[in-house]
Design a protein around this ligand. Sequence first.
Ligand SMILES: NC(=O)c1ccc[n+]([C@@H]2O[C@H](COP(=O)([O-])OP(=O)(O)OC[C@H]3O[C@@H](n4cnc5c(N)ncnc54)[C@H](O)[C@@H]3O)[C@@H](O)[C@H]2O)c1
Length: 356
Amino acid sequence: MASTEVESPRVYVSAKQAEEYAVSLLVANKVPQQNAETIARCLVEADLRGVDTHGINRLPSYMERLRQGVMDPKASPTVEVKTPVVALVDGNNSFGFLAATAGMEFAISAAKAYGVGMASVKHSNHFGMGACYALQAAREGMMSLVFTNSSPAMAAWGSKEKIIGVSPLACGAPGGAEKPFILDMAPSTAARGKLYKAVRRSEKIPLDWALDADGHKTDDPAAALEGVMLPMGGPKGSALAIMMDVFSGVLSGSAFAGNVTGPYDPSKVSDVGHLMIAIKPDLFLTVDEFKNRMDFLFRRVTQSEKAPGTDRVYFPGEIEQLNHESRLKTGIPYVEQEIRNLNEQARIVGSKELQL
Ligand SMILES: NC(=O)c1ccc[n+]([C@@H]2O[C@H](COP(=O)([O-])OP(=O)(O)OC[C@H]3O[C@@H](n4cnc5c(N)ncnc54)[C@H](O)[C@@H]3O)[C@@H](O)[C@H]2O)c1
């Protein structure tokens, strides 16, 4: 939550209702049932984890892309196996969730058989929350690396030209008795989705997130969307964003170097690239040894001595998992305007609405 955020009343929606809403909307927009279920699961998983920037509130922008004909509702990705451990996935301009899931599915099956698996994904779209695919691997007991490129939102360090994306990297490793390691981060101070969320909720943003079109610091998310996001760690964040473009865009044959179209621009095909890697964790040790060591690391980190002013030390991905557990019980908190926007989409196609 942005430090300047003014809390507006929340409407709690169960994960089941949110998923039913999303599936119904997608199917009514000509997405095949099974694909709709995969997309809905990824979106609702983001909302459950508190990654509200990448949940069902993204659906109106995706539906607009379908209506404008720049994304294909009926398409499914195709997988071309290149070597026993490498595949090229063509997203065929389907939803990014489908191409990324198919890529990780191949990577997991190759890793189970050969120790490591990799899928390069081209002609895809926005894949939402990177953790979705790291969790897919973790559920199968696999370690993972998840890369994507994205539309231009940041300048390379020292430049004022917006050419690189705030492209996230995610990675995961299963734990034993403790929670898995799930790192999922954009290389910017904050994901750009946090600006869209602040606009939706009429909230301000911290001053270190972005510059406006004139290069000034701003707490206005709409002005920030006209400007540039700021990289985390200066040149290092900028370099990580370029790394995502090398491994996702250049390698796969998809768009790169500022040529990916963003999910909120319905004028053109996106042509996003991803890279999905799965690694079998018991390549060098037994699986029990690996898990015990992960649990030891988890406890060492979370039980380490707290700095003054810190209530608790968290493992990467732990806050999101705790959100997941509590939101499964309480429901997912949306603001009323978000529900109204989502129901407007439902009314266009006569699909299931959410209860206010
Ligand atoms: N598909 C796209 O093109 C795209 C682009 C940008 C971002 N995103 C998504 O946006 C989401 C948000 O990204 P972000 O960079 O703003 O994430 P974030 O800053 O909220 O979190 C980044 C990471 O830091 C960890 N973390 C956060 N606070 C912590 C704490 N106090 N202690 C320990 N660990 C902590 C989290 O578990 C997470 O792994 C991600 O899911 C990302 O994949 C997607």
